[in-house]
Design a protein around this ligand. Structure first.
Ligand code: PHE
Ligand code: NA
Length: 453
């Protein structure tokens, strides 16, 4: 590390980083995206590949990113540049940092639209406008909610504003504290929904759907979606975890932290699946319904259970909060880059970023109404943002990251940052050198149809 640097702010408290990283990881990816892509790709086999990707790719990449962030003490671009220069390698590797920053930004542009759905459903429950709706009504309500650009734009703008307000205030304030009560709250709500599914039917079918790993029913595209989701759900290759790692105190164990975050994230996703699919099956809905899946199904359960409106309100409050703790992590990379390199204050950096973000997210939002026909190769803006980030940028960024760690940087860098016992270090090195890159390459090449394995 260079000596002319200001000491960088660090997380408050012993649990600061774990809370913030868990807050970043657990979000709409777990509760909105995981169930619907699992439904679209047929269940069990998809879940199995996803779990394998978390373990074989996600965990090693997360350790690598946290270590890079802490070693380089900066935004992804600066941290990677510093670390490669320290090893006497080409600063062209900082392109990885640029791609990660862009990726986080692109994800946020559609993420705020989904978070907007969540807040708008909170509003619907508060105003009682969902009362008495059946399965078909729920589908119609979701569609109607999207049809008016002013309505949808209002909610996504609200989320964008909230995100920028929090980010502008700085890394420590509020983030860590809110996560510490929200996570247990979310788990409780999911347990309650699972309990509801056990009593009202559909649970057995849901369990079977998620965990009967009958391989063979998964397309190679489905494998790539599973891989991309492993990155997405752990907030990898998008600047978030790397930048949060740059605030990590020197003594914290990276391996232990990574495992806590990965386990918490995986449990929440699986619980979300177990909460949602019983409702789908009990009501004869289609698991492959798409992005609206949870918004069409969950309110049905909240209507049928005792005190359901109250629970529904609590659920959507927590989902919106979970979305916020993720969305703030997506801009942190860009904001910290602007602060460090352009001399902007946090506040100015946050609002500047917010304006650009708002423009792109508006295009994503319009995909559901006015811009439904603005498609290219069959995808509208919202789809393109998701497609480019999950299927291309994150797997390729992750690949670059493990190759950098495994073959390019001096081994001393990771030996001291990770601080693992020799045996565990060897395992990590084996993962980042061979298992993760080959896993990514095989799935990628297979899905592109270049060669089939
Ligand atoms: N991990 C978050 C979720 O599952 C999404 C996210 C992606 C957050 C990339 C930060 C960066 O909802
Ligand atoms: Na997640």
């Amino acid at each position: 590390m260079t000596t002319d640097q200001q000491p960088r702010v660090q997380w408050l408290g012993r649990w600061g980083f774990v809370l913030a990283a868990t807050g970043s990881a657990v979000g709409l990816g777990n509760i909105w995206k995981f169930p619907y892509i699992t439904g679209e790709h047929g269940g069990g086999a998809f879940v199995l590949v996803y779990l394998a990707c978390i373990l074989a790719v996600g965990v090693p990449v997360m350790m690598t990113e946290i270590a890079l962030g802490r070693r380089g003490r900066g935004s992804p671009v600066d941290a990677v540049r510093r670390v490669v220069m320290e090893s006497g390698r080409s600063s062209a590797w900082s392109l990885l940092g640029w791609m990660a920053m862009l990726c986080g930004f692109m994800i946020l542009s559609f993420y705020v639209v989904v978070a907007g759905w969540s807040v708008s459903y909170l509003w619907k429950l508060l105003t009682g406008s969902l009362a008495g709706s059946g399965v078909d009504d729920m589908v119609a309500i979701f569609v109607a909610n999207n049809e008016n650009p002013l309505n949808l734009g209002f909610w996504s703008t609200l989320v964008t504003l909230a995100t920028m307000l929090i980010v502008g205030k700085g890394v420590q304030a509020g983030i860590e504290r809110s996560v510490s009560w929200m996570m247990p709250g979310m788990v409780l709500m999911l347990l309650m929904l699972i309990g509801y599914g056990v009593f009202s039917g559909g649970f057995g079918e849901a369990w079977h759907f998620l965990f009967s790993f009958n391989a063979g029913s998964l397309s190679s595209d489905g494998m790539l979606v599973a891989l991309g989701h492993a990155f997405f759900t752990l907030s990898l290759a998008s600047g978030a975890i790397l930048t949060y790692g740059s605030y990590l105190p020197a003594r914290t164990s990276i391996a232990r932290t990574t495992f806590s975050v990965a386990i918490a994230d995986t449990l929440v996703a699986l619980m979300a699946g177990l909460a949602i699919f019983p409702i789908i099956f009990a009501n004869g809905m289609d698991p492959g319904e798409g992005p609206g899946l949870i918004f069409m199904s969950l309110p049905l359960a909240f209507q049928a259970m005792p005190m359901g409106t109250l629970f529904g309100i609590l659920f959507f409050v927590m989902l919106s909060m979970a979305a916020l703790t993720s969305s703030i992590s997506m801009v942190e990379a860009t904001v910290s880059w602007l602060c460090d390199n352009k001399g902007l204050s946090r506040r100015a950096a946050a609002w500047g970023t917010g304006i650009v973000l708002w423009s792109i997210s508006t295009l994503a939002m319009l995909s559901f109404n006015l811009g439904a026909d603005w498609t290219l190769a069959g995808r509208h803006v919202f789809d393109w943002l998701d497609y480019l980030t999950s299927r291309w940028m994150m797997p390729l960024g992750g690949l670059g990251m493990v190759l950098l760690a495994g073959f390019v940087l001096k081994s001393e860098t990771f030996r001291s940052e990770l601080g693992l016992a020799p045996r565990w270090h060897a395992l990590w090195l084996f993962m980042v050198r061979y298992v993760s890159p080959l896993g990514i390459l095989v799935i990628f090449v297979d899905a592109l149809g270049i060669a089939h394995v």
